[in-house]
Design a protein around this ligand. Structure first.
Ligand code: FAD
Length: 403
């Protein structure tokens, strides 16, 4: 403001596409931008372009409920998500960008003895993988959230699983931070450039057809979240992925009331409070397949019912706005980061509800795969052929869970 908002330079260049690149990344969401950044920074690669059909941050990276955490159970998942959380912890220093990373903690509420046993098991798996986990009893939960409905509740709150290092980050800032940092390392970020086809000869990728003409590439990494099935169909692939809308909601600004992120254990509801005071929350995906970035009223009602069941006082708050994003739902709740049957064409997708928290690690391990042609050691389970061989990483309880 001291400058009267004059003289600001753009945070990244707006280059025209070159005829060819060593690496073309399709999709300028969080994962695509992070992949380009780590390719340049960690793997010392050059001649990299990110092609985005719209604008940076217009996809799910700017539509999510901003929760970051690493509270998974299975061996195939937990090391990856913990790697991601560690990258989040150093991200702002690394990018020299304020992403408002706030480790305010997440509590998954538990409502039965069986759920307590499952949470103890998951907490132990997290600790074994270098993450933090703490089991809270009802009294400890109520110290943080005294207004939770524990009396005459249909699903009494018995306690919760706390991950104190989890929290939230400002989602657009993550896209902008990666975009600026990638641009500074020479990555061409090309907006308004839709990939409309692949040029493939003799089983090898030669480049991509786009709305701005043909662009040659030695390697192409698709990273298009909700558009995964559409884009990979250009290469003749049919993915084990369905696209659904997930809605998000924000209340009017309230005084500080929620100290951290909290999730309902007897349904599908998650909530935190933004730094502007709005309660940011969401629930399940809409029940039908869709590419529309907006949802429908039955799910609005469903989410509100869960909100009120947990926090009856929320009935007094007004809803400010809601929106939707397209989720690429994999069949076991776990992502896919792998080569394809076409030489030089790679796929990253199937993030379900939970790809925002994965942004740094997804970019890092995808860059590793693209640069070295071998999977990163934290991402060996994310193979495409697991649906064929039966080696699923079935963690729908968490991968398909809130955020
Ligand atoms: P996107 O930002 O969607 O990037 C993909 C990009 O590809 C888009 O910009 C799109 O325009 C572009 N693209 C598509 N087709 C083409 C093409 N043909 N050519 C060129 N470009 C193309 N995750 C969490 O971890 N925590 C949460 O709290 C959470 N909450 C969520 C709440 C909602 C409402 C939604 C919708 C998602 C939520 N998620 C959450 C999931 C998370 O946002 C996504 O998994 C993640 O952002 C997907 O990766 P991305 O950022 O790269 O996707």
């Amino acid at each position: 403001a001291l400058t009267g908002h004059r003289g600001w330079g753009p945070a990244w260049r707006d280059p025209d596409p070159k005829p060819d690149y060593d690496y073309v990344i399709i999709g300028g969401g969080g994962h695509g931008l992070a992949t380009a950044y780590y390719l340049a920074k960690e793997y010392k690669q050059a001649r990299i372009a990110v092609l985005e059909k719209g604008w940076i941050g217009g996809g799910n990276v700017g539509r999510n409920t901003t929760i970051v955490r690493s509270n998974y159970l299975l061996d195939g998942n937990e090391p990856f998500y913990e790697f991601s959380l560690k990258l989040w912890e150093g991200l702002e220093q690394d990018l020299n960008y304020n992403a408002m990373m706030s480790q305010r903690g997440i509590i998954n509420l538990m409502h039965s003895d069986a759920q307590r046993d499952a949470y103890i098991r998951r907490g132990n798996a997290m600790i074994l993988n270098g993450a933090d986990a703490q089991l809270l009893d009802q009294k400890q939960v109520l110290e943080k959230y005294p207004f939770l409905n524990v009396k005459n509740a249909r699903f009494p709150v018995m306690g919760g699983l706390l991950q104190a290092r989890a929290g939230t980050a400002r989602h657009d800032a993550v896209a902008w931070g990666y975009a600026r940092a990638a641009d500074q390392r020479g990555v061409d970020i090309i907006q308004n450039c839709e990939v409309t086809g692949f040029r493939i000869e003799g089983g090898r990728i030669l480049g991509v057809e786009t709305s701005r003409g043909y662009i040659g590439a030695k390697k192409v990494g698709a990273c298009v979240a909700g558009s995964s099935s559409k884009v990979m169909a250009y290469a003749g692939m049919r993915l084990p992925i369905e696209s659904h809308v997930l809605q998000a909601f924000v209340s009017e600004g309230l005084k500080p009331v929620l100290p951290g992120v909290i999730t309902f254990g007897a349904g599908h509801f998650y909530c935190s409070q933004s730094d502007k005071g709005g309660l940011v929350f969401g629930g399940n995906i809409d029940g039908y397949n869709s590419y529309a970035q907006r949802g429908n009223l039955p799910m609005v009602e469903d989410v509100m019912e869960e909100a009120i069941a947990m926090f009856p006082m929320l009935g007094r708050a007004r809803l400010l706005r809601s929106w939707g994003g397209i989720m690429d739902m994999s069949m076991d709740g776990t992502p896919i980061i792998d080569k394809t049957h076409i030489d030089g064409l790679y796929f990253n997708g199937g993030w379900c509800y939970g790809g925002f928290k994965a942004t740094p690690a997804s970019g890092f391990v995808y860059a590793h795969l693209l640069a070295t042609d071998t999977p990163h050691h934290t991402a060996t389970a994310f193979r495409l052929d697991r649906f064929h061989t039966g080696h699923m990483v079935d963690e729908k309880g968490m991968g398909n869970q809130p955020n």
